[in-house]
Design a binder for this molecule. Sequence first.
Ligand SMILES: [Zn+2]
Length: 269
Amino acid sequence: MRYIEPHGHMVSRVTDDYIDMVTAGCACVCEPAFWAGYDRSSVNGFYDYFCQLTDYEPKRAAKFGLPHFCWLCINPKESEDVKLAEEVVALIPKFLDRPNVLGIGEIGLNKNSRNEMKVLEMHADLAARQNQMILVHTPHLEDKLKGTRLIVDVIKSDRRIQPGRVIIDHVEEHTIQLVLDAGFWAGMTLYPESKCSPARAIDMLENYGSERLWLNSACDWGVSIPLNVPYTALEMKRRGWSAEDIDKVVYQNPIKFLGQCKKFKLPKG
Ligand SMILES: [Zn+2]
């Protein structure tokens, strides 16, 4: 099997995970910027993190033959401090030319607060000005439907942004249609405890089709399974999906979306 892990927080994983992913057929991993498990105390913390995502982590992945890409932003959980967010948004352009940077993400909302909205708009503006793709996180804790609607409205209202270059991640049964109808891509995050189980993800694929959809494990330092994409592919096979249809969801779809960024290239063979 071949697959892509389009959303994995590898800085929180051990080398055994890299070995397992490559052994399972992972062709590349993409790592959106996220919360560190604690709030960073200054913009310098983000500078160091962006160096880690664009320098150290791709080298670590390369030791296992795995291409590594990333997305940059200040995540919604740290967006209450608007001044800090302004400093981080001003810092990001210095990193956008690095060879493994795909765009701005994972931006979005956590508690749907006023400050989070301001920072979301700042990121959308940055992406539009710099012609960058966008990866969006939708809230889990508060109202996901309301948060998803707010995000869709903010991004749709910026005419400079093409919806086909935006993926809205962590969709569930009550948000997937809204995201697809707005012209965006949608991501389903496979978690053992929350978010979406493999069975629910496959139900959604069977109900909504597999256009503009991808699967990811989002593996981080919470309870998560780095191999959840291939595990879900196995479950699809059990449910009678053809190898070709599985390949479309776990390999071809991510390439179609990510390939809109010229820097996204997989080694031949
Ligand atoms: Zn994430």
